[in-house]
Design a protein around this ligand. Structure first.
Ligand code: ZN
Length: 715
């Protein structure tokens, strides 16, 4: 099978030069791409082309910036802000191809390049964002903004551009700038240690079991644990270590190992042990403890925010978001908190009855949750995945999502077979608008493979802009669905279907975009808004009317039954009390850590966390989704004061979909076109809240979300 793919790739490779008009003696990034729709000439791009293209791209970019700064004419919107939009074309051309392939189709060579490029690029962008001459020109235009007669989009671009410089420290004194860069580098090394400690702590615990400890575990889970032990044995150098693992079974605090054990094992003592190893990561008072590291990061962030002129780090971060202040975030979290905990308490009671009926005399504890909730799930929400999959072949689901956007916005998708992509699994479609005009190109790369990173995402190979003529985008969705087995089609789980609709929602945001300035196109908006267009499309996947239209059995052609649909939709309400409570608790913790003030003394992380959780009344049966010492999203990732974003976007999408429910037609033409004109086509050309209000006629409310998640007390 693999051989055939390889040969066919070779064949297409031979025929490709004719198609792209690329001169093989010149780096493809230095040539015009006269390919269909300007799809990158993947077959002509070799690993050795990237670095020279990056180097020239960065140099050209800096020269373009110099030209703007040294322009003898006084600064205007056109010669400064608009010119900035035109800079960096070569760099973008190579970056888009490289960063996409480094994620979806990587190799040791690309990974090496990535490591080399990362510091080069960050130094490059620092040179631009810290360029005082450039900021002075931008600021001069901004100071003069009232007299400029700018369009709404231009005003937003001007504000955003200046804000970007200011948020990098452009208005600070030299001393302050120096302190900021000290803080930045301290935070960056503390964040790195935080991540490395966490990795060490997660890898540092193992539950080594004998065959007699495996009560309740399924064959698959046992086989995986035996395999883990075998691997540990092979990797051990010392004989005594090897014997430690011989004929044993190993479980670890990695979720993929822990959750199956917590779900299936009937050994309560062992569940407790493994669970505790997970929640105590980074909190063991050893060399890889994260308590102090986390507290130091939080304190440094507070100091940086204060220098920047903000009350706290959260104020600084949120200033760029749709929710603007900590108060707005806390208000949202508080509104959801009570219904979530109320529901979680019902779930505890349900589990307690199961345990009682089994004759146990213990109270449900945190480490019992997976085991007993699984029993409740089987009783109340059981769903046979195997019975559903035959209705969800990839091609059916694609047809379903294409039809959905056809009914909403009149879009059509035509698959193109004579364009060579970077991998044979990737497919490409032309997207045309209602009137038949070209709207964009969509690439779908759906199957998992070893050189693709995990998860699912949307990205683009070409952006959209109307600044110098009409440029339409090339958008890509990458997923990790199981590849087809044998001659059958690829069959998806319903979770996969929801993921496909989600990423397709991002793809539509990237395709329907119609703005003048490319930096504001598509998915460029704030973090707590950009999941709206994706999560919103998920709602159509769960609509019985839509499901029935595409979910037909791949062998018999019969449509999915109402009974199966009911089971499917009912299953989505399972365990929502737990899921929401643990998530919201972590969101509160994130906000609490980032609303401390700079001059407070360094916090004791455990005391801080207990106080924070006590304040909201977290129940003992649930830990926050992330405790402080392993909250990598906020202490070694980019989510500080932003972990709430997921639920904020969920409020928006549930409320937006409710508009369709209110009129009784999920394809209501008036609403569909309003959705396109006020959200999907707008990029970040207006404040996100204004865009939402434009569509909904008012600010978002949380009731539809409570209903969707079964938290409205109707169960
Ligand atoms: Zn998303």
């Amino acid at each position: 099978m693999r051989k055939i793919i390889f040969i066919s790739a070779l064949l297409t490779m031979l025929s490709c030069n004719k198609q792209t008009g690329i001169d093989p003696n010149i780096n493809p990034f230095f040539q015009e791409w006269n390919t269909a729709y300007q799809v990158p000439p993947f077959m002509d791009i070799k690993d050795e082309h990237y670095m020279p293209a990056y180097e020239r791209g960065m140099l050209e970019n800096l020269n373009e910036i110099d030209a703007i700064v040294n322009n003898p004419e006084s600064p205007t919107f056109a010669n400064t802000i608009e010119e900035l939009e035109r800079t960096g074309k070569l760099l973008a051309k190579v970056s888009r191809v490289f960063s996409n392939l480094a994620s979806s189709n990587t190799s040791p060579k690309l990974q090496e390049l990535q490591r080399d490029l990362s510091p080069m690029l960050s130094a490059h962008y620092d040179k631009i964002s810290l360029n005082q001459g450039l900021f002075n020109r931008v600021d001069a235009v901004w100071q003069n903004r009232k007299r400029l007669d700018l369009t709404k989009e231009q005003s937003k671009l001007l504000n955003d551009t200046r804000k970007g410089f200011v948020r990098s420290g452009a208005l600070l004194s030299d001393d302050q700038k120096e302190r900021i860069s000290e803080i930045n580098s301290k935070i960056s090394s503390l964040s790195t240690s935080f991540g490395q400690n966490l990795l060490a702590e997660t890898n540092g615990f193992e539950l080594i079991l004998d065959a007699s400890d495996l009560e309740g575990l399924s064959d698959a889970v046992i086989a995986a644990a035996a395999d883990a032990a075998r691997q540990k044995m092979e990797n051990s150098e010392l004989e005594e270590d090897k014997s430690k693992y011989k004929d044993k079974y190993v479980f670890t605090p990695h979720r993929s190992s822990m959750y199956p054990f917590l779900t299936e094992s009937t050994r309560r003592d062992l569940r407790e042990k493994l669970y505790n190893s997970y929640v105590m990561r980074g909190d063991n008072n050893n060399g890889t403890d994260n308590k102090k590291t986390a507290a130091q990061i939080a304190k440094l962030r507070a100091e940086r925010a204060q220098i920047m002129g903000y009350k706290t780090h959260a104020h600084f971060i949120l200033d760029d978001n749709m929710l603007k202040t900590p108060k707005e975030v806390y208000d949202l979290l508080n509104k959801l908190w009570d219904p979530a905990v109320k529901r979680a308490k019902v779930e505890v009671a349900d589990m307690q009855s199961v345990a009682d009926a089994e004759g146990h005399d213990f109270k449900i504890a945190a480490w019992d949750w997976w085991h007993y909730s699984e029993k409740v799930r089987k009783e109340k929400y059981d769903l046979d995945e195997a019975a559903i999959k035959p209705f969800l072949s990839l091609d059916n689901v694609l047809e379903g999502v294409f039809n959905t956007t056809n009914k909403l916005w009149g879009l059509s998708f035509t698959e193109i077979f004579d364009i060579d992509l970077y991998h044979p699994d990737a497919r490409i479609w032309q997207v045309t608008d209602k009137d038949g005009s070209h709207l964009g190109v969509f690439i779908g790369d759906y199957f998992t493979r070893s050189n693709k990173r995990g998860g699912a995402w949307m990205s683009s190979f070409k952006g959209q802009s109307n600044l110098d003529g009409r440029e339409r985008p090339i958008v890509v969705n990458v997923c990790n669905f199981p590849a087809p087995v044998g001659d059958g089609p690829a069959l998806l789980s319903f979770d996969n279907v929801v993921t496909l609709f989600h990423e397709f929602g991002h793809a539509m945001h990237g395709t329907l975009t119609n703005v003048k300035y490319g930096s504001m196109a598509g998915t460029s908006g704030p973090r707590d808004f950009i999941e709206l267009p994706s999560q919103l499309l998920e709602h159509w996947a769960s609509e019985p009317e839509v499901l029935k239209s595409f979910a037909t059995h791949y062998q018999t052609g019969e449509p999915i039954s109402d009974e199966l649909i009911d089971k499917l939709l009912n299953a989505s309400k399972f365990n929502q009390g737990f899921i929401n409570t643990e998530y919201l608790a972590a969101s509160f913790l994130d906000m609490d850590w980032h609303t401390i003030s700079a001059d407070e003394e360094l916090k004791d992380a455990n005391k801080f966390e207990s106080k924070s959780m006590k304040k909201i009344g977290l129940i003992a049966e649930i830990a926050p989704r992330y405790r402080t010492t392993y909250f990598a999203h906020i202490f070694s990732g980019g989510y500080s004061s932003g972990y709430y974003s997921y639920v904020h976007a969920a409020v928006l999408d549930s409320d937006a979909f409710e508009a369709f429910k209110e009129v009784g037609d999920v394809f209501d033409p008036t609403l569909s076109s309003k959705l396109r004109s006020s959200i999907y086509s707008m990029g970040s050309t207006e404040e996100a809240m204004d865009l939402f209000v434009k569509f909904r006629g008012r600010k978002p409310v949380i009731e539809p979300l409570l209903k969707v998640r079964g938290l409205d007390g109707t169960e």
